[in-house]
Write a protein that binds this ligand. Structure first.
Ligand code: FE
Ligand code: FE
Ligand code: ZN
Length: 274
């Protein structure tokens, strides 16, 4: 299986790979820039090549880069929207230094405009940034439905995907905490939820898993992550996710409240599931 966690990109690409190995991981996530926003550092091409070599030597799965939280491509305010479209454009250009990986982003918050107004804007932003020659697959993250988040249901994600001009280059990242908080009961009916995903979106679009327990009950729309086995989803249900034949070969990214030692243990725990 491919399992890892979020690593800090401030020390460079190869060092993230080394850090992942130390934690027992064989994939990882990283923010393409400071998660709170700001300008991105210049790409060190040599460093990127060293990471690619390390990944090849150690049979890594695809990386799941994460856009900064401040990116909201459907923002009502024009300055935030422009900034966000620029971030998306620039990040996808930069991802080509690490070809054939994933770039995950939160579809956005419509802040009062309504999801119906936001959905075409989100698709337009992706269409504007994504070029036919790119090797990256862009992932829309399933959201918990906190505030005015778009992507709170499989239907909303499907509506965005329907407007994408390069559909082969866009998929979905399945966040277990968000899906649960969004009202999908993966504890009592994982197969039913996956069937629903297949019916609405298509399981071929499910490319990666954000693997988290939740502090809250199903349908709470809260988005508070918990350590694996210590939340409302619980160990057995998460074990069923990690070993599910339709999911087990995807990259699994932990976004749980842990320090390095905690992640090392959690990665070993998830590996012990099978
Ligand atoms: Fe996320
Ligand atoms: Fe997530
Ligand atoms: Zn979350």
């Amino acid at each position: 299986m491919f399992i890892g966690n979020h690593l800090s990109s401030s020390k460079g690409f190869e060092n993230m790979g080394k850090e992942a190995l130390k934690l027992g991981a064989n994939t990882f996530a990283f923010f393409t820039r400071n998660p709170r926003g700001g300008a991105a550092k210049a790409i060190d091409e040599e460093d990127a090549k060293k990471l690619l070599k390390l990944m090849e030597d150690n049979n890594f799965g695809k990386l799941v880069a994460h856009a900064p939280y401040t990116m909201n491509v459907c923002a009502a305010k024009e300055d935030i929207r422009k900034f966000s479209w620029n971030v998306l454009n620039e990040d996808l250009q930069r991802m080509e230094y690490l070809p054939n990986n994933y770039y995950n982003f939160h579809p956005g918050s419509h802040v009062g405009q309504g999801a119906d107004a936001a959905i075409p804007v989100i698709a337009e932003a992706v269409n504007d940034a994504l070029k036919p020659e790119y090797t990256t697959t862009v992932l829309l993250e399933t959201m918990a439905g906190k505030g005015s988040e778009v992507g709170r249901s499989f239907e909303e994600l499907r509506a965005i995907l329907d407007l994408i001009k390069l559909p082969d280059k866009v998929g979905v990242c399945f966040d277990t905490c968000h899906v649960w908080d969004g009202g999908y009961d993966i504890v009592n009916d994982l197969d039913g939820v996956l069937q629903e995903f297949d019916r609405v979106i298509g399981l071929d679009r499910l490319k990666a898993v954000h693997f988290n327990d939740s502090m809250n009950v199903c349908g709470s729309h809260k988005d508070r992550h918990q350590k694996i086995g210590e939340g409302e989803i619980g160990l057995e249900a998460l074990k069923a996710v990690a070993t599910h034949p339709l999911l087990k070969d995807k990259p699994f990214i932990l976004e749980t409240p842990n320090d390095d030692e905690g992640y090392k243990k959690e990665i070993a725990l998830v590996r012990s599931f099978g």
